[in-house]
Design a protein. Sequence first.
Length: 225
Amino acid sequence: MPAPELRLVLAVSLDGRLAPAQGGAAQLGGTGDRRVLEEALAWSDACLIGARTLRLHGTTCLIHAPDLLERRRCSQLPDQPVAVVVSRSGDLDPALPFFRQPLPRWLLSPLDPADASPAAGFDRQLTLQHWPEALAALADAGLRRLVLLGGAELAGQLLHEQLVDELQLTLCPQLLGGAHSWLPAALSLEPNRWTLQEQRALGGDELLLRYRRLREPAPALAPPP
Ligand SMILES: NC(=O)c1ccc[n+]([C@@H]2O[C@H](COP(=O)([O-])OP(=O)(O)OC[C@H]3O[C@@H](n4cnc5c(N)ncnc54)[C@H](OP(=O)(O)O)[C@@H]3O)[C@@H](O)[C@H]2O)c1
């Protein structure tokens, strides 16, 4: 089974932050960003979400737009993609509103399920030891189009492993400063290059940029004259 298609979807400030300097649950995007986030979810079979983001926000994003829900129903897709939570600790409060949202919940974790049953609140649990195998297992289970909802720690790992195919960034018209860059500061990356697929003004001074990874090697730099 080929690896699933993976699209990272984030709202970022003009200075490349995904959360304010003091941290906490970031709400950067406006209505235009909400629409393109829902469009990405409507394209997907599942979304991946880091446990810290889920703890801070308490919920994941649902598709609400009637036209997108209709499109999914016409394509015989369930209303909402599966929410795949990534956690080492498995420490997720069952009282979080997430556990009452109308969508399937899977857990991806290196924790060995003590028995064959998934962790409390989850419909299914898959093992995460190495990312390529974990993504292949998701594809085997029918989740072939994945939206990666962050946060930075999770995004950094998948970019480091060159497993992200697309970047969908909404540039939001504010400067935030602080340490919460949309990629971890210590991240090391192989040389990489992306090609622009889409740019769209979203209203409210927000700009959507969608880039696709170029898999061929970057051209060698010309020697200095
Ligand atoms: N602007 C945006 O679009 C946007 C989107 C998403 C998030 N955010 C912001 O980003 C911040 C949170 O991001 P973050 O980087 O701190 O955290 P994160 O990436 O959301 O979550 C980190 C957690 O994910 C789990 N995890 C990561 N790698 C793992 C692996 N290989 N195996 C198993 N579990 C793994 C661990 O969970 P455990 O602790 O359970 O072990 C880890 O603590 C918040 O401020 C949030 O508001 C913004």
